[in-house]
Design a protein around this ligand. Structure first.
Ligand code: 13P
Ligand code: SF4
Length: 362
């Protein structure tokens, strides 16, 4: 496998991939129409049941009124909330309409009949929804919810790769801006990367921008992979030594890792897969003790539904995913903000790359 690229992953500030939804002046703190009364507590009890293992009664006093307000606004605006597996449990289980990994959310965005999509995730996901649902209003509750992978590569970088490797197809992980996707042949996610690479029927592909996903895919295919030097700032922090130390300290522990992790972490794991595949593995295998080597909130979301499983929790948070809260979801629906738009010329090319993936992974 060849590794190319001048940029390394870095924490996103206000970068190119969030430029298309400039924030307006911030409104006052949200004032929901509800407070936590005994009647509201009773009404919201079925939703509390879903999160009672991971949300304390004290926290619920704060969450319940805003959850009720969000769920009412969704009906009023004919809106759906697409919640990534890294959302916190009160978002994931109490207001999310469709939940899943990047591929599952993209597919839901393509088929929803709602007028408004609120992306409880990061900016590249909202852009993907807009590409697949161009006539819908797509909102991101915080436009600065970026991604270190998306900010590791620019459209100019991709054009330079094209020139350096003429005729070699470029597969981009969905964790990129629409402008980068527009320069690529097809997108992939962590759940279909091997399938997409092999679907092209060529001996060599560029797979950008995650060097670790590329390394993982290289172990699963004979197609030669040329990788970019990007990395996920959450997953690159895990180490093989950390895995070995956990195995020693926790007899019987199952280690389940995301393919954005470095190879020594993946080599030390019992299973590797996308966030959705990791969840399925735990729900199906029901291990007595497990560590999900990925963003921290996912373990809380699975623990809410699998109280019999013990989760060992090294807590690496994604600062971008954690920008999304019940408060800014409520404000997004109330004030119709922040709308995500993609330049039509860019959108047409980027959409082709995403649609090719959706067709190839159907
Ligand atoms: P998946 O949910 O597609 O596995 O991706 C993980 C991720 O890091 C998304 O930002
Ligand atoms: Fe990007 Fe990593 Fe955060 Fe996912 S977890 S949004 S890949 S920085």
């Amino acid at each position: 496998m060849e590794l190319v690229g001048a940029h390394s992953a870095h924490t996103l500030s206000a970068s190119e991939d969030v430029a298309s939804c400039a924030p307006r002046a911030r409104a006052k703190e949200p004032v929901t129409p509800y407070t936590f009364t005994p009647a509201l507590k009773r009404e919201m009890a079925p939703l509390y049941e879903r999160v009672k293992h991971v949300v304390t009664p004290m926290e619920w006093v704060h969450y319940a009124p805003i959850v009720k307000a969000i769920n009412e606004l969704k009906v009023k605006r004919n809106a759906v909330i697409l919640a990534h597996n890294y959302m916190t449990p009160e978002i994931f289980h109490c207001v999310g309409d469709f939940k899943g990994d990047s591929l599952q959310l993209a597919k839901e965005a393509a088929r929803t009949e709602a007028d408004v999509i609120v992306q409880a995730g990061v900016h590249f996901m909202a852009e993907t929804s807009k590409l697949l649902s161009p006539d819908k209003t797509v909102l991101i509750p915080d436009p600065l919810a970026g991604c270190s992978l998306a900010s590791s590569i620019t459209p100019e970088d991709v054009r330079a790769l094209r020139a350096a490797y003429p005729g070699v197809p470029i597969v981009t992980y969905v964790n990129t801006s629409a402008a980068v996707k527009a320069e690529c042949d097809i997108t992939c996610t962590s759940s279909n990367a091997v399938k997409i690479v092999e679907s092209l029927g060529v001996p060599r592909v560029l797979l950008i921008p995650d060097q670790y996903l590329a390394k993982y895919v290289q172990t699963k295919t004979k197609v030669e992979i040329i990788a970019w030097k990007g990395a996920c700032e959450v997953h690159e922090r895990f180490t093989g030594e950390e895995m070995n130390a956990m195995r020693e300290a926790e007899p019987g522990l199952k280690i389940i890792a995301h393919p954005e992790c470095p190879p020594d972490v993946i080599n030390a794991s019992d299973f590797t897969g996308s966030t959705a595949a990791m969840i399925d593995w735990v729900k199906t295998k029901r291990p007595a003790k497990v560590v999900l080597v990925t963003e921290c909130s996912m373990a809380s979301n699975v623990a809410a539904e699998a109280p019999d499983v013990e989760f060992v929790r090294p807590c690496n948070l994604c600062p971008h995913m954690k920008r999304i809260s019940l408060e800014n979801i409520y404000e997004a629906l109330l004030y119709n903000r922040y709308e995500v738009t993609v330049d039509p010329v860019v959108a047409e090319k980027a959409r082709r790359a995403v649609e090719r993936m959706v067709e190839a992974s159907a």
